[in-house]
Design a binder for this molecule. Structure first.
Ligand code: MRU
Length: 354
């Protein structure tokens, strides 16, 4: 499955490798990550991106940081090791604020070290390596489960709209929103996927269209402002997107433009689903209003590639995400099942923090 799609994160023989997604679809470039600073930068610059993938990347990044502490000439006490590790986790977490998977994975790594009865720092470092590998392996499994749980929604001949990239490149394997599509394709179910271009960083055209094409799925690229027209022509039977954070009341933060898709879907009576793992659900955030929305630099909006497309000194807003209120969401597709609206209480009951 997905043999033609390179892995966003891989860890082999002690080497942490990220696919540089900013170079896609023109070039496939891999970069070894050897420091926490490099991992921070790769996440910030979206070389590695997508909520689950940055969780996995952050977990390995913290291990790389721990390994570098041990490689210093001076010995470190257990207490100072934990202190430094905590600072590194906070630092990595500061790279991107909206996707809760990063915070979740870093907390899980820190807890593994802090709660361990082991006081030998070198053994603790091996334990961190194992925990990062476990987070990575679990992500692969749960993406397949998300795919299986979403498959029942897909019928032959459907037109499906997706926004941004919640595919194999955004996770460890298959994707979240794209997982049911890949499994349907594997079973020979004929689909027409429409991929929103996703301004300003074009994850839809550079990544989603590319990975679906690589897998042989029939995909058509549209610009974001074409979605209403395409829906009005009756070409879309369902929209599926990913998520960066789901609040306790079910509100969903995802790539900027998702809210527009959800409103359009409601208007045209099209089911709108969100696919995500439980690590994206954050019960400590009561509603979407409390989700911190990342604001990125103006150059992403004022340029198209290397060309400036707005006047110099233009005032710009560049929120990277928006919040879709829960009542616009038909259901959540998760590794634990399909939760139809109203799903807030159901997911709260299912939630088991790690
Ligand atoms: O800024 P990005 O490219 O990291 O944004 C990604 C998204 O919004 C995805 O839809 C989300 O992270 C889900 S990925 C399975």
């Amino acid at each position: 499955m997905n043999r033609n799609i390179p892995r966003s994160v891989s860890y082999e023989n002690g080497r942490l490798i990220f696919l540089d997604q900013t170079q896609l679809p023109n070039e496939i470039v891999f970069e070894e990550q050897t420091t926490v600073e490099q991992v921070w930068h790769s996440i910030k610059m979206l070389k590695v991106r997508g909520a689950p993938a940055i969780g996995v990347a952050g977990a390995y990044g913290l291990f790389v940081g721990a390994r570098n502490i041990l490689n210093r000439k001076t010995k470190i006490t257990h207490e100072n090791f934990i202190l430094e590790l905590t600072k590194l986790a906070d630092y990595l977490d500061s790279s991107r604020p909206t996707a809760v998977n990063l915070k979740w994975a870093l907390k899980r790594m820190l807890d593994a070290a802090i709660k361990s009865t082991e006081k030998n720092v070198s053994t603790l470092c091996s334990l961190l390596e194992k925990e990062a590998i476990l987070i990575h392996e679990e992500d692969k499994k749960l993406c397949r489960n998300i795919g299986e749980n979403g498959l029942s929604l897909i019928k032959s001949g459907m037109g499906i709209l997706t926004h941004c990239n919640a595919g194999a490149l955004a996770v460890s394997e298959l994707g979240t929103a794209l997982a049911p599509i890949y499994l349907a394709h594997e079973q020979g179910i004929k689909l027409q996927v429409y991929s929103d271009e996703t301004r300003p960083l074009l994850q839809g055209s550079r990544l989603t269209s590319w990975e679906l094409m690589q897998a042989g799925v029939d995909v058509t690229l549209i610009t974001d402002n074409m979605a209403a027209h395409i829906m009005s022509q009756g070409l879309i039977d369902m929209a599926i997107v990913g998520a960066d954070r789901v609040a306790a009341n079910g509100d969903v933060a995802n790539k900027i433009g998702t809210l527009g898709v959800a409103i359009l879907a409601k208007y045209f009576n099209i089911p709108f689903y969100v696919a995500c793992p439980f690590s994206t659900i954050d019960l400590t955030t009561p509603t979407g209003k409390e989700i911190k929305i990342e604001e990125r630099g103006p150059e992403e909006v004022c340029h198209f590639g290397n060309r400036r497309t707005a006047p110099e000194k233009m005032k710009v807003r560049n929120p990277a995400f928006d919040v879709t209120p829960h009542h616009l969401v038909s259901g959540l597709i998760t590794e634990k099942g399909l939760f139809l609206y109203p799903y807030a209480e159901k997911i709260q009951r299912e939630y088991r923090p790690t």
